[in-house]
Design a protein around this ligand. Sequence first.
Ligand code: ATP
Length: 246
Amino acid sequence: MTEILRVLRLTKIFKLHLLGGKEVVGCKDISFNLGAGEVLGIQGPSGAGKSTVLKCIYRSYVASTGQVFYRSINGVIDLLQAQERDILELRRQEIGYVSQFLRVVPRVSALQVVAEGLLLQGREESSALRDAGRLLTYLGIPRELWDASPATYSGGQQQRINVARAVVTRPRLLLLDEPTASLDEQSKRRVNDLILDLKRSGTAILMVSHDRESLEQVADRMLFLDNVSENQSGEGNRLAFKVAHH
Ligand SMILES: Nc1ncnc2c1ncn2[C@@H]1O[C@H](COP(=O)(O)OP(=O)(O)OP(=O)(O)O)[C@@H](O)[C@H]1O
């Protein structure tokens, strides 16, 4: 299996200036690797650092220390050291991210939100809109809502648009932060099926989730993070690997 991602001792410390420079551990000394067509599930209590790990890899957060080697189409690159323009290009072409919450842009329709990634890759508009529409249909978003802004959608509908937006380009690396939270059973199954479909075609996937059932269904391995005690008592970070084979 081709290794797509190698994370080495990833650490993020937040310095809270408003609280007199108090330091909060986001994540500490996190190491793992991820292969093409593999799903690594990330579990752990609230505040353990799961979202922070994803955001450091996606470069929404600047990590404090560590290395994140990503095997792109053009070779291996340390995402923590890469130039901003290279990161933007990788996001456009290779790396997808589903955030915990959809940040909506007023007056942009759901169909446009989902098609955007394909348009940025140079896809012709009618074809991009067709693929976006197909995905929205699959995820149970009724056609009469496609032209509305996602701001008017329910939480579960917004979450499905969020997922659709990230998977429509079929990225090489997909970072998922709670993709099934707030979804009903049928939508959950559909999202999990989309994840499995991408996995089969070789996408490397990191999936943060509290949804045990979904993780059991899609993940090849689990990474358990527990950084809560660090923030509360200053004790060492505990990290354990649980390996589950399906
Ligand atoms: N932007 C930020 N500024 C300051 N501290 C932050 C920031 N983001 C996260 N943290 C802190 O980092 C720690 C890890 O947070 P993170 O959101 O990664 O946890 P999580 O495991 O994803 O939690 P949840 O399951 O609740 O989403 C927490 O103590 C949190 O307060």
